[in-house]
Design a protein around this ligand. Structure first.
Ligand code: PMP
Length: 396
């Protein structure tokens, strides 16, 4: 039977990783893959995580199931991290959290939850968005629409976004990136979040906020501005959160599916549905990553060590953004790439064309996605001048 099954092309990013690995050029630069790197090009285990893991090794007494909603120590900690310590939403007991296998698992729970419980509702995704959003919502059988997000001259297209969403039928779901928009790096400012909130209220839409990079933009609380604004102003909302990046525990698959309802009664109702969705997908989430996060966030010393590590990762990225633009100045290109310093998160839409990206790879061994998306965290200080010279060469 299998002879009828066609082979599909692999993920473009995986292809890029292979090509990078095979490149023997000693100066090669990887701006493709979507993980944080330090200045030595490593993605190390955080100190706070290592310390928490040592404690867990000592203290763990069972490997029994943790239940469909996961570990309450973890989910409570994530709720406070996302919504704020003194959130009125938490005081009102109208938020439910379900531990999930990564942010991806949370998104799939959201998709299945919408499909099962909000029949006929479509989801609106930014154009561009993280490509896996398309795969996840399609696999769950949801109808998808797109709203513009980046203009042809590589700027945030806020007007285009708003006017498209004005057309969304009541009750449709709109996916928003909480911060550090992947792939573009263009984020909404406070005033724009307020306008999005007004639009959601006016049109009766349901926001799904994907929060995969908390702490990587402007700070742990700063990055939550839009998410908290919506949560405190609206009766209903979905949030998918990920600890992959800010705890550096990518492979531990640690995420959270959050449902906010009008009141505790309705929250308990939707929460019971979330448990079913989780059970039908994978029964129970993996426990280790959640236990690590709970250990860190629940211990003042580990927590402050972790906050310092998140600060360090963010400051490295934002420092590189500014330094990259500065290193383009000798080539008269700092104006043209000024947006790189203002974008947030690991990724930047550079504005380079696919042909320019090809030239960077073929002539300079600099690897990035053909859309022109660069992982800024993949840069090392010592490579800045080389990369700036290469950008200048392909921009001639
Ligand atoms: N959402 C966005 C926008 C992402 O970029 C990612 C990771 N690349 C995720 C969600 C999911 O992350 P994970 O499943 O690794 O937690």
């Amino acid at each position: 039977m299998f002879e009828q099954i066609a082979r599909v092309p692999g993920d473009a990013i995986l292809g890029l990783i292979d090509a990078f690995r095979q490149d023997t050029n000693p100066v090669k630069v990887d701006l493709g893959v979507g993980v944080y790197r330090n200045d030595r090009g490593d993605t190390p285990v955080l100190e706070s995580v290592k310390l928490a893991e040592a404690r867990l090794l000592e203290q763990e007494r069972t490997k029994s199931y943790i239940g469909s909603h996961g570990d309450p120590r973890y989910t409570d900690a994530v709720l406070s991290l996302v919504l704020g310590e003194r959130s009125p939403v938490l005081d009102a007991h109208r938020a439910s959290a379900t531990q999930s296998p990564g942010g991806t698992g949370a998104l799939r729970l959201a998709a299945d939850f919408i499909k099962a419980n909000l029949p006929g509702k479509s989801i609106w995704l930014s154009d561009p968005t993280w490509p896996n959003h398309l795969g996840i919502f399609e696999a769950a059988g949801l109808d998808m629409h797109r709203y513009p997000y980046v203009s042809a001259d590589n700027q945030l297209d806020f007007e285009g976004m708003i006017s498209a969403l004005e057309q969304a039928p009541e009750g449709d779901v709109v996916l928003l990136h909480a911060c550090c928009h992947n792939p573009s790096g263009f984020d909404l400012d406070h005033d724009q979040w307020r306008q999005v909130l007004a639009l959601i209220q006016r049109r009766g839409l349901l926001p799904l906020v994907d929060f995969a990079y908390q702490g990587f933009g402007d700070g742990l609380d700063e990055d939550a501005f839009g998410t908290r604004l919506l949560a405190e102003s609206l009766d209903e909302m979905i949030i998918t959160s990920s600890c992959s990046k800010n705890f550096g525990i990518y492979r531990e698959r640690t995420g959270c599916f959050i449902l906010i309802a009008k009141n505790q009664e309705q929250m308990e109702n939707v929460r019971s549905q979330a448990a079913i969705t989780a059970r039908e997908n994978y029964s129970n989430p993996p426990a280790h990553g959640g236990a690590v996060v709970a250990e860190i966030l629940g211990d003042p010393e580990l927590r402050s060590r972790w906050v310092a590590e998140v600060d360090e990762m963010r400051e490295r990225i934002n420092g590189l953004r500014r330094a990259f633009v500065d290193s383009l100045a000798p080539f008269g290109l700092s104006e043209r790439f000024a947006h790189v310093a203002h974008q947030r998160g690991m990724f930047s839409y550079t504005g380079l064309s696919p042909e320019q990206v090809d030239r960077l790879r073929d002539e300079f061994a600099i690897y990035m996605v053909r859309s022109g998306r660069a992982n800024v965290a993949g840069l090392r200080r010592e490579q800045l001048d080389y990369v700036a010279r290469a950008f200048a060469a392909v921009c001639q």
